[in-house]
Write a protein that binds this ligand. Structure first.
Ligand code: ZN
Length: 298
């Protein structure tokens, strides 16, 4: 074991993969990408994370963790996550402190992603901006003058604003939530409505078909775009942001749905359309988590 203490570690725990790395001289180095395996439960994942970190650093300076789910930052608890079923009320911060004996902070993964984008200057530190992650579900962050707004703790859960009062049920317990219409799972549902024999269950495969001119795949993206526009119009009415950034897995297919989103937005609100895709790398959430952890020791 080498003693290179003081590294600021970042962990990004997603429903499919977990990314680990650390900051050294302001440069983030990705160390490992693990399968999350939600069915194994959080303790087994923490053991695997411990093996990797302790092999490199026997005295971490700090750990920041971003996690895909509803997070109680104040008490360091993952309340629940649609992508990590069974991980309910898990005291992630306390467990990490016990394992690594260093300062630990946790947050929602959209917020750690935003922290990195603010740090790099991609999101302006003037005015009010929104970051919206379109993946399996929808996450969000409100940024005002370079600071994340939390409200009483959970501001930015845009994916669970109701867009259809009697609509699709949502794992959050409500129904008609925006993420049931404008995220990856919805895209698959739209596609299967016309291609019901298809075994395709991945938005990336539908994007490939759309790019090749498949009409049903293109229609599925049109419908997705309309719902994206509905939500963006609602958010603009409520918050009047100067910029809206889209990120997450679906943004690779930005050009396939954004014109429909813009059309729907313009039908529903008179404000200027200022929506763009945020370019990022897959370890941006882990880097943001490391920056968040490092701030504990500043
Ligand atoms: Zn919901």
């Amino acid at each position: 074991m080498s003693n290179t203490s003081g590294k600021h570690w970042g962990v990004d725990i997603g429903g499919t993969t977990t990314i680990l790395g650390y900051l050294t001289n302001d440069v983030f180095k990705t160390v490992s990408t693990l399968q999350t395996i939600p069915s194994e439960g959080p303790e087994k994942l923490l053991t695997r994370i411990w093996r990797i970190i302790s092999n490199i650093d026997d005295s971490p300076g700090s750990i920041g963790a971003g996690i895909a789910g509803l997070v109680d930052r104040k008490n360091g608890i993952l309340i629940r996550s649609p992508n990590l079923s069974g991980w309910v009320q898990f005291p992630l911060q306390k467990r990490l402190i016990k394992i690594f004996r260093c300062p630990v902070t946790i947050d929602n993964d959209s917020n750690t992603f935003a922290i990195r984008a603010i740090d790099s200057g991609e999101i302006s530190s003037d005015g009010l901006s929104l970051l919206i992650t379109l993946g399996t579900g929808i996450g969000g962050t409100i940024i005002h003058n370079g600071t994340i707004l939390y409200g009483t703790g959970h501001a930015g859960e845009f994916g669970h604003m109701t867009v259809d009062v009697s609509g699709e049920t949502c794992p959050c317990g409500s129904r008609g939530c925006w993420e049931r219409y404008a995220a990856g799972e919805a895209l698959v549902r739209y596609f299967k409505r016309t291609e019901n024999d298809s075994k395709i269950a991945d938005p990336g495969e539908i994007a490939k078909l759309a790019e090749a001119g498949n009409e049903n795949a293109l229609k599925a993206f049109d419908e997705l775009g309309e719902w994206v526009g509905v939500g963006l119009a609602n958010l603009s009415h409520c918050l009047s942001p100067s910029e809206i950034f889209l990120a997450g897995g679906l943004v690779k297919s930005f050009s396939l749905f954004i014109e429909h989103a813009r059309h729907e937005f313009n039908r529903r609100c008179p404000y200027e359309w200022n929506v763009s895709a945020l370019s990022s790398c897959s370890d941006a959430g882990a880097e943001g988590a490391a920056i968040m952890g490092r701030a504990l020791s500043l």
